[in-house]
Write a protein that binds this ligand. Structure first.
Ligand code: AMP
Length: 506
């Protein structure tokens, strides 16, 4: 099996759930009241959200935010909400594009409800005063930690993600956005954490970010009711279908039929996505932001032809000794390849860890956190890490094993070049992979520039047309000088080509 996450069955067997609450929000802070003069403010978003946007240094909306937020917000409250089908790549700012309008409406409704309760209380007090009666007493606040007071969550919004990593990233983004919103709670439901903790953290959640399998488990065990969901967002819908979540999506669609708005985000408007849209959306409006070929202008993409797997290891070895690498992800095709590469790298002194779907969720979380904290330099991963990882210091992505699907190539390389930086994506391919490379080039509408490293040239004939002939060159830091001598990594294991650390390059 190429990647466990390409199999619905294996995903489902490992899906358990965890939850992350938003930190108990503060009351509206002075920051929330400060004016924000930018296009976000023109969209009519609540001041609390504008303050969070400013804290995050989002000075201007990205194109997908500029288009989707006003449509999702529907200025005229008397009209029904618009369902949106948005084609937007990872890294485009799509998460905030769906979170901001949803959180805005949840917040406005919460504030209206609180105001109505305050008005009602005030009226009771005034009535009592007018009648000369004893003033009413406020009911005692129930201890929220007491299990008797824990009610099943009834979220107003649900965001579905195909992988745990993406769900956790989206939940984190949502928590960042509600930092000034009093009382709005975010929970994340994914696999791998104890039930009790997850259920406790679901308590009072307004917005739940979830992977579908365990969300349905929780719903079926009545820990979570979906009949108050007003907003349903399906993120990375193409990947959802790849992972076999179509039936779960149909179930969730039925369970949330009362909802007022559905938004679906996908890398493409492939026919299967349009068919899904017809099934679960009401005459959705399409928002096409960019196509795969317009993306990733800040990411230099290069290709190295290799004779065989041994040659690919030599090329990877050469690259990983580039001192310009800040942090890197090396993508492998299989879990076995992933473990093997990570182990070999560790053996020769590299700070590398493996990440794939057969590992426990706790371990996956810890390893991702180590990458985020900079305690790990190289993540060797299957496509479980192709989406949702947002670590700006990832300067290089290596495709050691090619992805199964062309879309995944785009998602993989999108792990670098984050937060306005440049990135470098290096692909190693054997002659027999030529068809896959052509498919990737066709999908991205870009020709991968083939290069060679002196001394590591392929011995076999180049398989490409003259215009694709390999050019000499190195790589190096995005925008920096090619190659770069320095560190090496070593430890020839199972015939690997990794050189002893400190050995000369090439
Ligand atoms: P996404 O496509 O949602 O994964 O977002 C990609 C990255 O862009 C994330 O690091 C976001 O924090 C960041 N981002 C989202 N919106 C903006 C914005 N308006 N300005 C600057 N960065 C943004």
């Amino acid at each position: 099996m190429i990647d466990d996450l390409n199999s619905r069955a294996s995903t489902e067997t490992v899906l358990e759930h965890t939850a992350h609450d938003a930190p108990e929000p503060t009351t509206s802070t002075p920051a929330a009241k400060a004016p924000v003069n930018n296009a976000f403010a023109d969209m009519g978003l609540a001041p609390e959200l504008l303050a969070a946007v400013r804290d995050l240094n989002f000075t201007q909306p990205t194109p997908v935010q500029l288009k989707a937020i006003p449509m999702a917000l529907q200025a005229d409250a008397s009209l029904p909400s618009i369902d949106l089908l948005v084609s937007s790549q990872t890294g485009s700012g799509k998460t905030a594009a769906f979170l901001l309008p949803v959180l805005h409406t949840l917040l406005v409704e919460r504030q209206a409800q609180e105001q109505a309760e305050a008005d009602e209380w005030q009226k009771k007090v005034e009535d009592a005063k007018a009648k000369g009666e004893e003033l009413p007493k406020k009911p005692r606040r129930k201890n929220p930690t007491d299990a008797r007071h824990v009610k099943p969550a009834m979220p107003g919004a649900l965001v579905l993600c195909p992988t745990r990593e993406l769900a956790q990233q989206v939940a984190k983004d949502a928590i960042d956005l509600v930092r000034h919103c009093k009382g709005l709670r975010i929970a994340c439901v994914v696999g791998g954490m104890p039930y009790a903790m997850q259920i406790a953290r679901l308590h009072n959640a307004d917005l739940v970010v979830a992977t579908p399998g365990r969300l349905l488990d929780l719903q079926r065990s009545k820990q979570l009711h979906l009949n108050k969901v007003q907003f349903l967002v399906v993120d990375e819908a193409d990947r959802m279908l790849d992972l076999g979540f179509a039936d779960d999506l149909a179930d969730i669609h039925k369970l949330t039929e009362q909802r007022r708005q559905t938004m679906m985000f996908s890398a493409t408007f492939a026919p299967r996505i349009q068919q899904l849209a017809v099934r679960i959306m009401r005459t959705p409006q399409k928002v096409q932001i960019d196509s795969p070929q317009e993306k990733h202008n800040n990411i230099k993409q290069i290709l190295f032809w290799a004779d065989n797997a041994h040659h690919k290891r030599k090329l990877l070895d050469h690259w990983l000794r580039d001192t310009n690498i800040d942090q890197a992800i090396v993508f492998a095709s299989t879990q076995i390849e992933c473990d093997g590469l990570a182990e070999d790298l560790q053996q020769v002194g590299f700070s590398a860890v493996a990440l794939h779907g057969a590992l426990s969720q706790g371990l996956r979380n810890r390893r991702l956190q180590a990458l985020r904290d900079g305690r790990v330099q190289i993540l060797v991963a299957t496509d479980v890490a192709a989406r949702g990882i947002d670590v700006p210091s990832i300067s290089h992505v290596f495709n050691f094993g090619l992805p199964m699907k062309q879309e995944d190539y785009v998602h993989r390389i999108g792990r670098t070049g984050r937060a306005g930086r440049d990135g470098l994506a290096v692909t190693f391919a054997e002659w027999r992979d030529r068809r896959k490379i052509l498919d990737i080039e066709h999908f991205t509408q870009q020709t991968l520039s083939a290069e060679m490293i002196p001394g590591l040239e392929p011995t076999q004939r180049a398989p490409r047309a003259p215009s694709h002939e390999p050019r000499r060159g190195g790589g190096g830091k995005p925008g920096g000088k090619p190659g770069g001598a320095g560190r090496t990594f070593a430890g020839a294991k199972r015939g690997s080509s990794f050189k002893p650390r400190g050995a000369p390059r090439g």
